[in-house]
Write a protein that binds this ligand. Structure first.
Ligand code: ADP
Ligand code: CIR
Length: 359
């Protein structure tokens, strides 16, 4: 952000969020970017040069954002804690005094997670993903072209050395992938989309598609996204509702990768991610589910909210439901273990199915 007048940009941002343009804006950024926060932080920079404006630029452009902030580097979470702590507490219910519990992926307890919908009446598919950052690298906005090349080479090599028979696979770089293949992978829910304006305005798409790609096994049940929103998104998914099997596969994948690539973890915030909604366990466990009666209720969103469940559309974040199918997942990621995050989805969805059956 060299050469920018950060204090001026921050004041303009405040005016936009709180003026007529921002009348409908409901983001956590708008809620917590006070004049006081601006005054205290307008001249601060992280060692790598990130300013408060770099953290908020996405939410200033995208007034429909739910959150609106991203951390350009790990240090931003502490340097700009006046803003991030408030947003983190609101989203996860995690106070500045709290600490992420130790890693507990749920090894040995996957069998407790019996299929949620054994008859296949409601659930189409189940997916669990987590995010990881490579130690020693900042997040997207501060990565250089050469960083993308180094990171991609390192990750490709380690992924392709995974021995586990079920997980073995190939890395497919985005650069050189045909548009048809890319579109099919996106439509089938395996690959990240392209051109997300929230990420673009966070300066997270520099040098695209350099260093971006996807690794997957033969039947696309184990996948790793490289350098999209986070350095790594590790994913396990399959048709049906066997959450235990999906988690067991994810655990094997995470362990295989972390044995080779060192990840960055913060004593307070747990595993570090670009977006504050993903900190801590980084786990989003979801089902694609049809609940005709419950989802028709006016208070469907409130019911889900109370169960700590988040509702997304059929193509993920910021998409719409189609044919009555919703993506329902745990909302909280920070302040709870990986296993607890999966259980938040599991217990909540179980409850929704009970409501559907008794309606
Ligand atoms: P993320 O899950 O990484 O936060 P998105 O919400 O954009 O990101 O979802 C990424 C992709 O994963 C989308 O194509 C979405 O439809 C797909 N997806 C999420 N949950 C499921 C599921 N349970 N079954 C199948 N696909 C899923
Ligand atoms: C928003 O604020 O709506 C976007 N920046 C996305 C926020 C949470 N989702 C995410 O990180 N995947």
């Amino acid at each position: 952000s060299g050469g920018e007048d950060v204090p001026k940009l921050l004041n303009e941002a405040y005016a936009k969020l709180n003026g007529p343009d921002g009348a409908k804006c409901k983001s956590l950024l708008k809620k917590y970017l006070t004049k006081d926060v601006i005054e205290k932080n307008k001249n601060k920079k992280t060692k790598l040069g990130a300013s408060l404006y770099d953290c908020i630029r996405s939410g200033v452009y995208n007034l429909d954002a739910g959150v609106g902030v991203y951390a350009p580097d790990a240090e931003s979470y502490t340097v700009f804690a006046d803003l991030f702590d408030k947003i983190i507490e609101d989203y996860h219910g995690f106070s500045p005094k709290q600490k992420q519990p130790p890693v507990d992926l749920g090894e040995g307890r996957c069998k407790e997670l019996k299929p949620l919908d054994p008859q296949g009446k409601y659930i189409k598919s189940t997916r669990i993903r987590c995010g990881r950052s490579l130690a020693g690298f900042p997040f997207n906005p501060l990565l250089k072209a050469a960083d993308y090349e180094t990171m991609e080479a390192k990750v490709k090599q380690s992924l392709e050395s995974v021995k586990d028979k079920e997980l073995k696979g190939t890395y497919y770089p985005l650069q050189g992938m045909t548009k048809e293949t890319q579109a099919k992978l996106i439509a089938d829910h395996f690959l990240f989309k392209e051109g997300d304006r929230h990420l673009q305005h966070a300066n997270a798409c520099n040098f695209w598609p350099k260093g971006r790609g996807i690794f997957h096994n033969n039947n696309k049940s184990f996948l790793v996204w490289v350098n999209e929103e986070d350095h790594l998104r590790i994913i396990s998914m399959q048709d049906g509702s066997d959450v235990g099997n999906v988690l067991d596969r994810l655990i094997r994948g995470v362990k295989a990768i972390e044995a080779i690539v060192p990840f960055s973890r913060d004593p307070r915030l747990g595993f570090l991610t670009f977006c504050p909604t993903n900190l801590g366990s980084t786990v989003r466990a979801s089902v694609h589910i049809k609940l005709p009666k419950v989802s028709a209720r006016k208070d469907f969103k409130q019911i889900c909210d109370k169960l700590n469940l988040q509702v997304r559309g059929i193509h993920g974040e910021h998409s719409e439901s189609e044919g009555g199918v919703f993506d329902i997942s745990n909302k909280q990621r920070l302040g709870i273990s990986e296993y607890q995050a999966v259980r938040q989805m599991y217990d909540g969805v179980k409850k929704l199915i009970e409501l559907e059956e008794s309606a």
